[in-house]
Design a protein around this ligand. Structure first.
Ligand SMILES: Cc1cc2nc3c(=O)[nH]c(=O)nc-3n(C[C@H](O)[C@H](O)[C@H](O)COP(=O)(O)OP(=O)(O)OC[C@H]3O[C@@H](n4cnc5c(N)ncnc54)[C@H](O)[C@@H]3O)c2cc1C
Length: 414
């Protein structure tokens, strides 16, 4: 019987074992996960923090018959003997090893001791444990601060404001979500947050925390101190690749894999999800992680030995109580201004930008096309055309001459 070891039971690992078991019940599967309660829908953690779900609601189903080693980390991989040594020192043999180790949050400030340990008032939101601790300790916070105005920071600030807390969001970029949104959308997003009660400090970075036994403030780049009794850092993530690197696998940002999701170094080792780098891209979102899990399960089960992952074109959505936002691809190309529908030629290439902007109602829509194909866009404040846009983004055929249906349901497809 073939033996498959899976390291990580998050979004990618859980989907993989479920699919593999369904396609081939004869495979023997052991899954390690460092978390005591693994296999949950990580993007729904903000929903738990908001009180929309209880922790049990976001559990991901796992098939019977697998050996789940929760709270046990894979510590080392010995490729020559095809074995993994777990954190208890136990050796496990494998025919195929799947790395689904995800990512780790970036630390915005240097810690004298262990980076995993936080002091009182210091938080992050990456695991269910983080979420429950934050949910408990934010009650009664007088000056909570979220550091990082990317997708997770914006969502977290909105959730804390929704819980009635006077939250401040510190962001080093000139406008919110500056890597994904253009300045116009960033400015509109800021007004949405401010309307919700979030104070936004953009264009300044957090350098360190103040306070000896607990957090009392955040020291900013200009050396001023912003008072804070609770700080949530949301400064991005990076692939968790230590295990792969120590095993001598090729690692750039992530574990380098080919279209079969096999390590380019070792045909017995595979990587999926946030820890994998495919064609130079680390997809740090859920849908590509699931797609990779499905492809790998099809291959390793023998169900479809030709299955391949050739890349993903996915929309990232943020749906908070007061905010609808979808962003994808090359969304920062060109800047839309004014109210109304407009298209414009961008540069010498056939790049067009279609914009619809309604500041009063906090709506901004932008679609970037190149050679008549959608290559990126932003839908802020109104997601009524999101399915149409998604289909156009995934399509291989060129767009029709009339593209207004991408930004308004009133526009007819030409
Ligand atoms: C709060 C939050 C909100 C998010 N919101 C969205 C969203 O709205 N949309 C979206 O697309 N994406 C979102 N993401 C990102 C999304 O969750 C990730 O892209 C997705 O979880 C990746 O799946 P994964 O299986 O690769 O990694 P993970 O889900 O992180 O799972 C990795 C698992 O591996 C385990 N592990 C790591 N190393 C070891 C080891 N050595 N031994 C044993 N176990 C190990 C970890 O404990 C973890 O359980 C969000 C992430 C967070 C934290």
């Amino acid at each position: 019987m073939r033996r498959v070891l899976v390291v990580g039971c998050g979004m990618a690992g859980a989907r993989f074992v479920r699919r593999l078991t369904a396609l081939n019940p004869d495979v023997r599967i052991t899954v390690f996960d460092g978390e005591r309660h693994p296999a949950y829908n990580r993007p729904l953690l903000t929903g738990v923090l908001a009180g929309h779900y209880r922790s049990g609601d976001i559990a991901l189903p796992l098939p019977p018959g697998i050996e789940l080693r929760a709270g046990v980390r894979a510590g080392a991989v010995h490729r020559a003997t095809r074995t993994v040594i777990d954190s208890a020192g136990v050796e496990h043999g494998y025919d195929a090893l799947v790395l689904a180790t995800g990512s780790r949050p970036e630390q915005p400030w240097r810690h004298p001791s262990r980076p995993e340990r936080s002091s009182a008032g210091e938080h992050r939101l990456h695991t269910l444990t983080d979420c429950l601790r934050l949910s408990e300790e934010c009650v009664g916070a007088r000056s909570p601060v979220v550091v990082g105005g990317g997708l997770l920071g914006v969502e977290t600030a909105l959730v804390l404001a929704g819980r009635g807390l006077p939250v401040t969001l510190v962001h080093q970029g000139r406008h919110l979500m500056h890597r994904r949104l253009d300045a116009k959308a960033g400015a509109l997003l800021r007004t949405v947050l401010e309307d919700a009660g979030v104070a936004v400090r953009a264009g300044t970075s957090a350098r360190s925390l103040t306070g000896r036994t607990g957090v009392t403030g955040v020291r900013l780049a200009d050396s001023s101190v912003l008072a804070a009794d609770l700080v949530v850092s949301a400064c991005g993530t990076r692939p968790r690749v230590g295990l792969a690197r120590r095993a001598g696998l090729a690692v750039h940002a992530g574990v380098v894999v080919d279209d079969t999701l096999r390590s380019v170094t070792d045909p017995h080792i595979h990587a999926i999800g946030d820890c994998a780098e495919h064609r130079g891209v680390v997809h740090d979102t859920a849908v590509p992680a699931w797609q990779q899990a499905e492809v790998l399960a099809a291959r390793l089960s023998g169900h479809d030995r030709h299955a391949r992952f050739t890349g993903a074109r996915t929309l990232t959505r943020l749906i908070a109580d007061r905010l609808d936002l979808a962003v994808f691809g090359e969304a920062t190309t060109g800047v839309g201004t004014g109210t109304g529908v407009r298209g414009g030629i961008e540069g010498a290439a056939q790049t067009d930008v279609l914009c619809l902007s309604d500041d009063r109602h906090r709506v901004y829509k932008k679609i970037v096309t190149r050679n008549d194909h959608v290559v990126g866009g932003i839908l802020l404040g109104d997601l009524s055309t999101v399915d149409t846009v998604r289909r156009a983004y995934e399509a291989t055929e060129p767009l029709p001459p009339n593209r207004l249906h991408l930004v308004t349901e009133l526009g007819g497809e030409g």
